[in-house]
Ligand binder design. Structure first.
Ligand code: PEP
Ligand code: MG
Length: 594
């Protein structure tokens, strides 16, 4: 047990004031645990809890890094040219003094011992606390010293990163199992590092319901709330928190009564989930006998296990860009990518795997520091990026094609709007095939190629797509963003993000109809597909393929099993004739009751 547990408030004991924050719900369920605050700087390093028996080794790792930086500063000092400006020597002296100060040389060691943080995390936690103190200093000269402290910390971090181990997992499962991450923001790349940890919830100050961070939280199937302005300042380290992921509410330091109510709700939800589990092998067929295909959205091949567990008919969206993120901007090689695609294909045991080509940019930058575009969502994103970087695109296409020798693979191209983009993409697929033929590599010559319909221009120019493509997949997250001109990541406009806006519904309906008329498959792979409140509406529009996070699949299946198309269709037609938001919202609610 970490040594500072005694100072923690007991749940329900609440010696500190309880308060409630409201934000945007992004992931269902209730989490009860303790706050682990991540400062922005801390997000750049790995953070994990160190097992009791490894604590002293971790302390030594930090001590050795501090000693090495001391030696480096000494060498710098010794090697100063004679004519070097005196400020340079003084500057090295200041850094050496900072390094020897107990605030840096001892406090982080205590943090490792008491909180079980790894060395990098412990150092940054201390630096963030010191920085906050410096911000309050009035004397501008002293306030400036904050930068020196950060530079010293960076030196130590560089040494530490050279000695970093692969993540050791804490043996203290109970402690780790209760962590709720509280941060100003978490990028999708940062989220990746939480995938294997047992964090039970996320709370962020910013973010929208369909930001990629929110999407990853949903795919991890843990409660999360974003757009919770002020959360990272108001919530303190180790505060007890309840996240009500359905309502987008966070209760800090709850009373015993509130805690009990939420524990009860947690138990009810767990029972409902268990019941849903029985539907795993039941085919998704409506009451009137229409067969529906339920596919999974995945970020990494490991997610296939959850997809299979939920009884998915295949993968409808493999967001391949997650293989490219969080790796110091080194692009994965063809072989590396091939191995990952092959893993997914094999894990799905003959079911189709739809691999979307690199959708980098906007809120999924390859490298956070390179984000310079004024309007990244409208910039060099997805297929635009790939066509501008043909070598990266061709490498990925060859890797995907090679994986098609191991099972059914479909290629999905994101963000298409122009005929020439479709033609160039198809030409590059042919080029990748030719290269593989020359090498004598096996692949599926008839691999299906589909287009994401996620830009209004695409939905309004469907003949251009159905003529050239084997299937369509509607990306409602971006389709809503671009139709309503609201940034899906920006919580200040999150209230305008409305899947039921008549313009959005018209575009979706037109796409489904055009695909079916042309005899090609149409799926929805945006978040609308996993929202049970919209299942009947989409069925009524004619949708027969839904792709969603594995965690949502059985609830959607249950809704399908209880749906009767004969009743749903007339009501849907009524909805599609209306341009009045209230009428639409009411009619969609009535659909649920039919
Ligand atoms: C979408 O835009 O709906 C989609 C599925 O793609 P992403 O969320 O990855 O942009
Ligand atoms: Mg998209």
């Amino acid at each position: 047990m970490p040594g500072d547990r005694s100072r923690l408030r007991s749940p329900g004991g609440a010696p500190v004031a309880s308060f409630t924050l409201h934000g945007i719900p992004v992931s269902r369920g209730i989490a009860i645990g303790r706050a682990h605050k991540l400062a922005p700087a801390a997000l750049d390093v790995q953070h994990y809890l160190v097992a009791e028996e490894l604590l002293e080794a971790e302390v030594r790792r930090l001590q050795e890094a501090l000693a090495q930086v001391h030696r480096e500063l000494q060498t710098l000092w010794n090697e100063l040219p004679k004519d070097a400006p005196t400020e340079l020597g003084a500057f090295i002296d200041v850094h050496a003094l900072i390094l020897s100060d107990p605030m840096i040389s001892e406090e982080p060691l205590d943090i490792i011992r008491t909180r079980h943080y790894n060395a990098e995390w412990a150092l940054l936690t201390q630096i963030d606390e010191l920085s906050a103190q410096f911000d309050e200093i009035e004397d501008p000269y002293l306030r400036e010293r904050k930068a020196d402290i950060q530079q010293v910390a960076e030196r130590v971090l560089k040494v530490l990163l050279g000695t970093a181990q692969t993540l050791p997992v804490s043996g203290d499962d109970d402690f780790q199992a209760q962590m709720i991450i509280v941060a100003h923001d978490i990028s999708p790349a940062d989220m990746l590092q939480f995938r294997d940890r047992s964090f039970i919830g996320f709370v962020t100050d910013v973010g929208g319901q369909n930001s990629h961070t929110a999407i990853v939280a949903r795919s991890l199937d843990i409660p999360a709330a974003v757009g919770m302005a002020g959360a990272s300042t108001l919530i303190e380290q180790d505060d007890w928190l309840i996240i009500d992921g359905d309502a987008g509410v966070v209760i800090a330091n709850p009373s015993a009564l509130v805690l009990e109510q939420y524990r009860e709700r947690q138990a009810v939800a767990a029972r409902a989930r268990k019941k849903l589990g029985k539907l795993k092998k039941t085919p998704a067929i409506t009451k009137d006998g229409t067969q529906i295909t339920l596919l999974a959205n995945i970020e990494l091949p490991d997610d296939c296990a959850a997809a299979m567990e939920a009884g998915a008919n295949g993968v409808g969206l493999f967001r391949s860009e997650f293989l490219f993120m969080g790796r110091d901007s080194r692009i994965p090689s063809e072989d590396e990518q091939f191995e990952q695609y092959k893993r997914a294909v094999q894990a799905m045991k003959g079911r189709p795997v739809t691999i979307r080509t690199l959708d980098i940019g906007a809120d999924k930058p390859l490298d956070q520091s390179e984000q310079t575009a004024l309007n990244p969502a409208l910039g060099l994103r997805a297929i635009r990026y790939c066509l501008a970087e043909p070598q990266i695109f061709l490498t990925q296409l060859r890797a995907i094609l090679r994986a098609s020798a191991f099972g059914k693979v479909r290629i999905l191209i994101p963000m298409l709007a122009h005929a020439f983009e479709i033609d160039q993409s198809l030409a590059m697929i042919e080029q990748a095939k030719a290269a593989l033929r020359e090498r004598g590599e096996k692949f599926d010559e008839d691999v299906d190629v589909g287009a994401m319909i996620e830009i209004p221009a695409a939905a309004l120019a469907l003949p251009m797509f159905v003529k050239r493509m084997d299937f369509l997949s509607i990306g409602t997250n971006d389709l809503i963003q671009y139709t309503l001109a609201i940034d899906r990541v920006d919580y200040e406009v999150a209230h305008l993000y409305n899947p039921l806006h008549p313009a959005v519904l018209q575009l979706i309906s037109m796409t489904i109809a055009a695909g079916h008329k042309a005899g090609i498959d149409v799926a929805v792979c945006g978040e609308m597909a996993g929202d049970v409140k919209l299942t009947r509406l989409l069925l009524g529009m004619g949708l027969r393929e839904f792709s969603m996070h594995p965690a949502q699949l059985l609830s959607v299946k249950q809704e399908i099993l209880n749906s009767d198309l004969a009743r749903i269709m007339p009501q849907t037609r009524k909805i599609m004739r209306s341009m009045e938001p209230d009428v639409i919202a009411d009619a969609v609610e009535q659909l649920q009751l039919m």
